[in-house]
Design a protein around this ligand. Structure first.
Ligand code: NAD
Ligand code: DAU
Length: 354
């Protein structure tokens, strides 16, 4: 059994990836996570008893801890998702984003390089460092056009600038040191276990609580939505078969304005959980726009389709229905996030500690 490091595996996408790797591969997964407000061990409840899941409560900025993990577990590769991920937070507290996304990625790259340099030749060749990034590094599109692997970088928020910096570091470590890297840039994810600061879970939970549904500006901004398990499958595909040094864009081919997303959610809730006070759409409220709000993101995912055969399995409609059903059926997870109880690990001794 070989070992993979997943950073940020207690987060939304990371926990989906950990679940997929445990279910569909024989790897041991060492899950390296600092457990910020976005890290939730309850998102990994179904992996907790699996002996192939090793949780390490570690900050990716801690070089000594990372060195010890590489020495102890001797992984065949790293899939790096740990990050500060929310654009609105980055506008208010950019320092955390620079620290984790830039300094943390640099620290992880250096620890991985030191470990990789000491590997025997065969293992050096097969080692992979897969950096998980975002389509936001490409900036904002007008009404037409798509981002692709050849689109120039033009990040415009503190979050996207920090992710762009980390992408550049990863590519530099490949070109300069030969570290076998992969970069993926993905569009907006949605699905179960997403922290309710992001559009879709925020709208579901506000609607169920009868609270206003805050739509920034005119709600005309467009995102390309991808179901989280489709992203996890794409990450596994790229990690296993991607060309060293290459970048792959990942997207759902599901462009929607924010208004369309909220209307679709309200329609599903009207059907599944009718509201005596009236239709959920009545809760829509237009609020001040996000500063520097990018107008439109859309991905050309042709390369990963042609070269690696990956395509999304979920349509936006089927994925959204599953997502709403998951939040309705998992009031424990939701309640613990809302009360803060999901941070119960503070009093327990979960998994491996450094
Ligand atoms: P998330 O915020 O849900 O989870 C991030 C995880 O990283 C959390 O578990 C957190 O505890 C951990 N973390 C944060 N700082 C850390 C540190 N210093 N050391 C160790 N762990 C730390 O994020 P997500 O939405 O799951 O995104 C995961 C990755 O995918 C990020 O790199 C993000 O930029 C990228 N991405 C996200 C989306 C999206 O739509 N959510 C789309 C494309 C790319
Ligand atoms: O494109 C990929 C990116 O998608 C990821 O890299 C980020 O980690 C992820 O957070 C996401 O960024 P966005 O800013 O697009 O996602 P968010 O859910 O915050 O917002 C989606 C859209 O909805 C955006 O146009 C802003 C709008 N919005 C968001 C919130 C939270 C609202 O109108 N109201 C809201 O309350």
């Amino acid at each position: 059994m070989s070992t993979i490091f997943v950073t940020g595996g207690a987060g939304f996408i990371g926990s989906a990836l950990v679940r997929l790797l445990l279910a569909e591969t024989g790897h041991v997964v060492v899950n390296i996570d600092k457990l910020t407000y976005a890290g939730n061990l309850e998102s990994l409840d179904d992996c907790a008893g699996d002996p192939r899941h090793v949780f390490s409560h570690t900050d990716i900025c801690d070089r000594a801890a990372l060195d010890a993990l590489f020495a102890r577990h001797r992984p065949v590769g790293v899939i790096h998702l740990a990050a500060e991920s929310h654009v609105d937070r980055s506008i208010h507290a950019a320092g955390d984003f620079v620290q984790t996304n830039v300094v943390g990625t640099f620290t992880l790259l250096e620890a991985a390089r030191a470990y990789w340099t000491g590997l025997p030749p065969g293992e050096r060749e097969t080692f992979r460092f897969h950096h998980v990034s975002t389509d936001e590094v490409f900036g904002s599109l007008g009404a037409t056009g798509l981002f692709s692997e050849s689109t120039a970088y033009d990040p415009r928020s503190p979050y996207s600038a920090s992710k762009a910096s980390s992408d550049h570091l990863v590519r530099a470590w490949h070109h300069t040191y030969g570290l076998p890297t992969l970069v993926t840039n993905c569009s907006n994810n949605y699905g179960p276990r997403q922290f309710p600061e992001k559009l879709i879970p925020l709208m579901i939970l506000n609607a169920l609580a009868g609270k206003p549904l805050p739509i920034y500006g005119k709600g005309e901004n467009v995102r390309d939505w991808l179901y989280v398990d489709d992203h996890a499958r794409a990450l596994r595909t790229v990690f296993e078969r991607g060309q060293v040094g290459a970048t792959y864009c990942i997207g759902g081919n599901s462009e929607r304005t924010n208004i369309q997303v909220v209307d679709a959610l309200c329609g599903i809730l009207d059907r599944l959980r009718p509201r005596p006070a009236g239709r959920y759409g009545q809760l829509k409220t237009f609020v001040a726009d996000r500063p520097g709000h990018d107008l439109r993101y859309a991905i050309d995912a042709g390369k990963i389709g042609r070269e690696l055969g990956w395509r999304p399995q979920e349509s936006f409609e089927s994925g959204l229905e599953k997502t709403v059903q998951w939040y309705l059926a998992h009031q424990d997870w939701v309640g613990h996030v809302q009360t803060g109880e999901y941070r119960h690990w503070l009093e327990t001794n979960y998994g491996e500690r450094k």
